[in-house]
Write a protein that binds this ligand. Sequence first.
Ligand SMILES: Nc1ncnc2c1ncn2[C@@H]1O[C@H](COP(=O)(O)OP(=O)(O)OP(=O)(O)O)[C@@H](O)[C@H]1O
Length: 664
Amino acid sequence: MQALEEEQKHLDETSAAYDLAFAALVGRKRSQGIDDFANEALEQMRRERIRVYTEASGPLYFGRIDQTDGDTLYVGRHAVWSPDNDLLSVNWRAPAAEPFYAATAHEPRGVKKRRRLDIEERKVVGFVDETLTQDDDDHLTDAIVEDITRKRVGEMRQIISTITPDQYELISREAEGALVIQGGPGTGKTAVGLHRAAWLLYTDPELTRQGVLVVGPNETFIRYIEQVLPALGEGGVEQRPIGSLIAQPHGEVDETRELASLKGSARIAVVMERLLWGRLSLEGGEVPFGRRKVVTVTPEDLREIVVSVRERTFSYEAGRERFRERLAGLIAGRLLDRDSLAGQEEAISAVRKTKEYQRMTTKAWPRESPEALVERLFKNRARLTEAAGDLLSDDEISLLLKASAATKRKDMTPTDVALLDEAHWLIDPSFRRFGHVVVDEAQNLTPMELRMTVRRARGHSLTILGDLSQRTADAGVSSWDAVLDEAGVSDHVVSELTISYRVPSDFLVLAGTLLPEGAPAPRGVRDAPFPALAIDTDDLGASAARVAARYADEVGSVGVVVPHVHMDEVRAALGDFVDATGGAPLGSGVNLIDLHVAKGLEFDAIVVVEPEAILHERPDGGVGGLYTALTRSTRALAIVHAQPLPEPLRHTTVLRTETDRNPA
Ligand SMILES: Nc1ncnc2c1ncn2[C@@H]1O[C@H](COP(=O)(O)OP(=O)(O)OP(=O)(O)O)[C@@H](O)[C@H]1O
């Protein structure tokens, strides 16, 4: 009791100090620096601090550590000082807070006791202590389980008070190079990726200027996660679905799997680069000035300029500009050797006006647009064979020739978007890059899509999150090493998260029966409060609707995952529901989703319709698609099927079977 009162006293003191600091910040007149520039910079800092103070939501702090040296430290969202300059609470990302997350009984790091506080509004409701000098119960896992089994409302939450030591280690790793986090469903990859973004922004102020990009599989997923960073006080992060990285709308136009996988292969990047640079044609020629003066430009002159320009510029268009300047300079120089009356500038301007110079530059280094480069991939067998004969088979070249480039945006497939993005990157000098890029659900990206994310990260500073076991039928990623190599990232580290907090152990056993021997799969930390059900029915829609309504009543939010062949009948049978197949924000009741949208989401209960059809669905189904569908739930799981269950699911003891067939 006394301890609780003491905690309340500290919270009151901290809240008062926080309010005082905030009022001072908001009320302060425009800061006065030494000049306008300094004033503006100070004002910007002030606005940024106000934003962080107002936007970071939740209790001021959530934890406390008592150290063996007698010091006590509170860990929270902000650093708060008392008017006498005592540190009342530290920011969770400050180095001083590290022991709160990293200390274990095995390695206590100077921590005697860790306390997790339960604070509502500004009242301390309770706390749980953990002593690190002896073997204590696993309070952390209990706290996570308690958090995760609270009802989900269609939005992901931040986890700063319960980050585990292994998650903390990944969140706080240096941002150099690419970090791959492999982890099964519900191990916290997405949570770790987002908290890592917040972490990096705090520890490296330069990153705020350079920007951080978070890439997810689709719009629904982005909506699901987009509140997490603002809740951590980080509002300026760009969060985008992979398909709209270059703001190109596209339709889900059908294309054959062969074509999609060819267009998604990293060999295409090499072909595009060759097609682009193959446009240079270095022939030289003569540039006459008036009647008597002629300057000769040899192919060797042009080649020298090209080599030196390409050493200094990357993009085709930036190179073209520089090439034109350098060539004008070279011709002007030769002109001036003979008649030095005019100045260099004047001579260059005269050169630029000549038809021959213009003709020569246009021929040597022609203008190219990203769209035109993409079109080249689908035209002219002779040219394609010359550029790609060693990389593509004749059949593959024929496949490209038979297809045609999507010239209109509305005709673009996801594979076209990746091609166009590659072309932009090769050609466009103003390509936007970020200080760090977080890529989620990366196991389902083609190499070309992964390249889209890699090229946006300065110095390959990337966090790549994924699970090879959740690879859907047509995904390109088979091993992290191979795929990163193809995407041009030679230097990367793969780390693993192995404990699933979302998925109960019995559901993991059930889903795990589908995986091939040796595939990565996580461990659970609890059993589900409701048994996994298999409902054998002759009316998929009616049975799915019934069990979904029951779960909505008894459990909480429900996801109904349906393969496309059964979508219409299930949609027609469901009562009150959100149709999230078209990108609508998820609701707290029943949500209808397809296999494309299911990736990365989480519900209190899940209903999986006709697994056999999911195994046959393309491109988002297959074993990985079904495994993903079966691992979306924190508490309840039902499989509704009219066809027999897929073989592996028939033999597990964790599935309770029911029949919902009309006896007639
Ligand atoms: N340390 C933690 N404290 C509290 N909740 C946690 C913690 N780690 C993970 N969770 C919760 O577990 C759930 C699963 O996390 P997350 O979605 O990040 O997993 P994932 O590995 O990305 O899963 P998937 O592969 O299915 O996309 C989320 O509700 C997340 O908030």
